[in-house]
Write a protein that binds this ligand. Structure first.
Ligand code: ADP
Ligand code: MG
Length: 295
């Protein structure tokens, strides 16, 4: 499967980055310490996986070392990164349930230097039940990450569409939560419940947790509604909402079918540019700039 396009990809991506940043300021700061972000929203289909994959690829292409942990038994992030996740592939299930070291279950993502993936296999679907009798079952992922001393700048955890034990593991392991919000009807439905769960985890299991980032996705500029949702979300959440808004785009939905990110599949597309910008914002915000003393 195509070694040649990988070379092309790198060139395409550099081109996209020049479009994005004509002054040639293509570097984004690397964080001084590892940043661990859970990409969470219990609603399905809001863009969690698409955002995880494309932000991870963008950060890696900016020179960061990035680990994606696929915590959804459907394995969509693994698919999107072109990482094998057959039943026999060691992945996050082994780390959570058997306590395997992350270094044993981490796979390199082909074509994107510095990007690694801990895939999800279908075994993960049983993990919530299997973990019930395990000691400190909410902190299995945190423990695995704490023991992992590989040099990684960002850990992005793609959560499943529920608030069950897998998502709790992500929230206990993370320091930051990134919530993707779809610019559509019922966008804010369920958000209160998510925030409440985050508060619960924060007060009982992980006091350093905070919602650092909200990303608006699937913005359709032809609809008034998208604009209303954007205004409402910015009104409520203010500076944690990224400036970059991801448009609804067919190209974005096609890319995973080729085991690719939009950045490599169609680097000059709006979707690719918005994700590259979103990643740059995340990097810049986290690297020292204090937002109202919240950092
Ligand atoms: P989640 O992980 O929250 O369930 P996904 O990222 O898998 O959501 O997105 C749900 C579906 O919508 C997928 O088929 C994906 O390819 C598609 N999709 C995601 N973002 C966009 C977008 N900005 N425009 C069009 N389709 C999108
Ligand atoms: Mg998903």
């Amino acid at each position: 499967m195509a070694e040649e396009p990988e070379v092309d990809m790198a060139a395409e991506v550099r081109r996209a980055m020049r479009i994005l940043n004509p002054k040639g300021e293509t570097e984004v700061p690397r964080p001084t310490a590892r940043r661990t972000m859970a990409i969470a929203n219990q609603k399905g289909g809001v863009g969690k996986t698409t955002s995880t994959v494309n932000i991870a690829v963008s950060l890696a292409l900016h020179g960061n070392r990035v680990m994606v942990i696929d915590l959804d038994p459907q394995g969509n992030a693994s698919t999107g990164l072109g990482v094998n996740h057959d039943v026999d592939t060691p992945g996050v299930y082994e780390a959570l349930v058997h306590g395997s070291p992350l270094s044993d279950v981490t796979h390199e993502v082909e074509g994107v230097p510095g990007l690694y993936c801990v895939p999800a296999t279908i075994d993960l679907a049983g993990a919530e039940v299997e973990l019930v009798n395990v000691v400190a079952r909410e902190a299995r992922l945190q423990k695995a990450l704490a023991a992992y001393d590989g040099e990684i700048d960002y850990v992005l955890i793609d959560c499943p569409p529920s608030l069950g034990l897998l998502t709790v593991n992500a929230l206990v392991a993370a320091k930051e939560v990134l919530i993707p919000i779809q610019c559509e009807y019922y966008a804010l439905e369920g958000l209160g419940q998510l925030l409440q769960n985050i508060e619960l985890v924060k007060s009982h299991l992980n006091e350093r947790l905070r919602v650092s980032t909200i990303l608006l996705t699937m913005y359709d500029k032809r609809t008034k509604l998208a604009d209303q949702v954007e205004k409402e979300v910015r009104g409520h959440f203010d500076e944690i909402v990224l400036e970059s808004v991801v448009p609804r785009s067919v190209r974005l939905s096609e890319a995973p079918g080729y085991g690719q990110s939009i950045i490599t599949y169609d680097p000059a597309s709006k979707g690719a540019l918005r994700y590259l910008e979103a990643a740059a914002e995340i990097a810049k915000r986290g690297a020292g700039r204090t937002t109202n003393g919240k950092n």
